[in-house]
Design a protein around this ligand. Structure first.
Ligand code: ATP
Ligand code: MG
Length: 408
């Protein structure tokens, strides 16, 4: 096993990739310095992810070992891995943080904060999401992406599997590997990844922050309708549709959200939102954290009136659910009435019987306390009087001595 924790790009010659040594040794504590690998979380197109415990503080992290067996891709990735440091600078509540990077047995790895097991992918598989939930999660993910863009970086692999959920908080993960993503796509090694969220220009070896905007549009479409806009029997078919077909929107989609998605999914990046901030503004969602998001109340079963224009989203703290009005209590049955009557009798007993007893005991208690304290209070008064007498005696004595000396 050979290690290189610091210098990945240019400074140390790259070691040959040794997966055999990896599989023999990765469970040994300290294989990745400072960490003990606990269990495998999964493996995607670009890597194997393991849960690992930092030995010094007993905290869990996720380590992604990058699968870069293609020599051309590997070289590009090794050079690019140095830019992970830029991604690591971004500190945002809607992003899974990047903690470290390194290389072991020639395999580059990234250490990320452990984001839990729940993802938007799993949530979508559980069934159609409530509109409010969908928007809440989407807006948070969009803010995370905006934070990446504000650092002049691009995600390039945005999809529900890379959006982690913990309670009401959504965090985007798996960023910092854009070169790996783009290089692999450029080499057109498809058949491995998911093309459902990919902007059409990515096929032409170009892409920028607006490619993320496209992916956000696909995700919003899926969150609100339950399916992605383009499906096909093969990945090529899906990609072809991204390039040439228009999405068909379900009729019950809210006009505002339909318009936002349509703009995100424009084939030409120039026709899309040029920033996530613009997208959020069109959703009536505050761009900055801490401001409130307003969701409109759920429409009734009938179709939403189209010509009224989109109603405003009602306010709600980004991270909290609205407090629901408590439902009226159900009417009491016979049993409920009896129980209630018994309780009332108890209440009366307490008032009529226990109340006076308590009063007496309190009065008695106070009397006892008074009696016990009385001797001490008398003693205190006596001592104080004695003290005063002593002082007066002393002063008189002094005066007599002084006067006698004066007249003598
Ligand atoms: P892709 O490689 O296209 O991103 P993927 O997201 O399915 O596909 P990986 O990113 O390799 O695959 O992730 C593999 C598994 O590890 C997934 O189940 C993912 O949820 C999990 N995982 C990745 N990063 C983290 C993290 N920071 N915390 C917790 N689990 C993670
Ligand atoms: Mg992933």
């Amino acid at each position: 096993m050979q290690l290189a924790m610091t210098s990945l790009a240019g400074q140390t010659p790259h070691q040959p990739i040794d997966w055999e040594s990896f599989y023999t040794n990765y469970r040994k504590p300290g294989y990745v310095p400072g960490f003990e690998i606990i269990n495998k979380l999964g493996g995607g197109v670009f890597g194997l992810v393991y849960k690992a415990r930092k030995e010094s503080i007993g905290k869990d992290y996720a380590i992604k070992f990058l699968k870069v067996d293609d020599e051309v891709v590997r070289d590009a990735v090794m050079r690019e891995l140095d830019t992970v440091r830029y991604f690591a600078q971004i500190d945002h509540p809607n992003l899974v943080s990047i903690e470290d990077k390194g290389e072991v047995d020639g395999i580059p790895f990234i250490v990320m904060s452990y984001a839990g097991e729940a993802t938007l992918r799993k949530r979508l598989e559980e069934g159609r999401m409530q509109r409010e939930d969908a928007l809440r999660i989407f807006i948070q993910a969009a803010r995370g992406i905006q934070a990446i863009h504000e650092h002049s970086l691009v995600h390039f692999d945005l999809k529900p599997a890379n959006i982690f959920l913990r309670g009401d908080i959504a965090r985007v993960g798996d960023y910092g590997l854009s070169k790996l993503v783009t290089e692999s796509r450029n080499s057109l090694s498809f058949g491995r990844g998911t093309p459902y969220y990919m902007a059409p220009e990515m096929l032409q070896r170009v892409g920028d922050a607006r490619s993320d905007v496209y992916s956000l549009g696909v995700i919003l479409f899926e969150c609100l309708t339950g399916d992605v806009p383009f499906r096909g029997d093969t990945e090529w078919q899906v990609l072809h549709k991204h390039e040439h077909e228009q999405p068909s929107f379900p009729s019950d989609l809210h006009p505002r959200e339909r318009a936002v998605i349509a703009r995100c999914l424009a084939k030409n990046p120039d026709a899309r939102y040029q920033s996530v901030a613009e997208l959020l503004a069109d959703l009536n969602a505050p761009v900055s954290l801490g401001d409130s998001i307003v969701f409109e109340s759920r429409p009734g079963p009938g179709p939403a009136p189209v010509d009224e224009g989109p109603p405003p989203l009602p306010p709600e703290a980004a991270r909290t659910r609205p407090l629901q009005a408590r439902p009226a209590p159900a009417p009491l049955g016979v049993l409920g009435g009896v129980v209630r009557g018994v309780l009332k009798v108890f209440e009366l007993l307490i008032l009529v019987v226990i109340g006076p007893i308590r009063l007496i005991s309190v009065a008695l208690g106070q009397g006892l306390v008074f009696l016990l304290r009385l001797p001490f209070q008398i003693l205190g008064v006596l001592l104080r009087v004695l003290g005063y007498l002593l002082i007066i005696g002393l002063l008189v004595g002094l005066a007599v001595v002084f006067l006698t000396a004066f007249w003598a």
